[in-house]
Design a protein. Sequence first.
Length: 314
Amino acid sequence: MKTVAKTETWRFASQQADIGLNRLAFQIKHALEVHDAEAVHDLRVAIRRFSQTLRVFKPCLRGKQIRKIRRELKQMMDLAGEVRNLDIAIRLLLKPQRNAAAPLRSELCNLRRQSNRALAAFLKKWLERKSSLKWRQALASSFSLNAEKLNKSSIERTAQRMLPPMAKEFFERGNEAVHTVASPRELHQFRIICKKFRYTLELFAPTFGPALNARMEVIKRAQGLLGDINDYDTVRRILSSYKGDERLVLWLKKRQRRRVEDFHRFWSQMLASRAEMQGWRAFLASAGSVHGSKKPTTRSQRASPPSDGQPAAA
């Protein structure tokens, strides 16, 4: 870990961008071979992680080609998002009132096939244009030209500077979401902050070692609950375009309320206190230090809210 911590930020960023691009290229090929919901989900996660790498190390990543990469990532994400939303709707509608939901599921399956064809066409073009090689060259060129933008500081110093403010925003926005009884849409906005925080922590994980693992599990659990809430909201929006059975809508509302309650309870137990936020910020400020290698004292062993069987969104 000491070797990683002392690595210059631009060099570490270049390595992480290369890893993220490799993961993305693999998931693109996998999504073209396997057309199921899990493959699309994994593709979206790879897009998010790679996009967050570009965002975190933006000072090193500038220019026309980098802007083009960002645009294409957004297009890919939008297309994959349409498929993913339909996958969620189809999965949830398998649960209640099977006979009543059957005609709607059939129509959604047809829409899913159409959306997946559009996504596959985009991914095939991406491969045919040898975009992986072109993106890699663009990234290497940008890092070479803009390395001085990060003043060649070590990655541990960059982590110490960047992560505590992100933790502060995460805790403040989370407390606000709980105390003001935020709407599902507002909770979704906090979910985006949660994702960015998690994927940034994953980027800097080599500067912390195993000490970060328990804390990451807490973030993942919060993100999973928020993902479930958003899933129910997504399906309700899809159903609003159809003359659906009112029982389905009530079923979705009931489970969404239950998940909101689960999130409030989890946040209040695990993350709401000022001491917890201060502990996180102190821990993140210790990146690369002796203290950063110690096992963190968190409340991650407390009982988590019960699950109703729905898988958490990543």
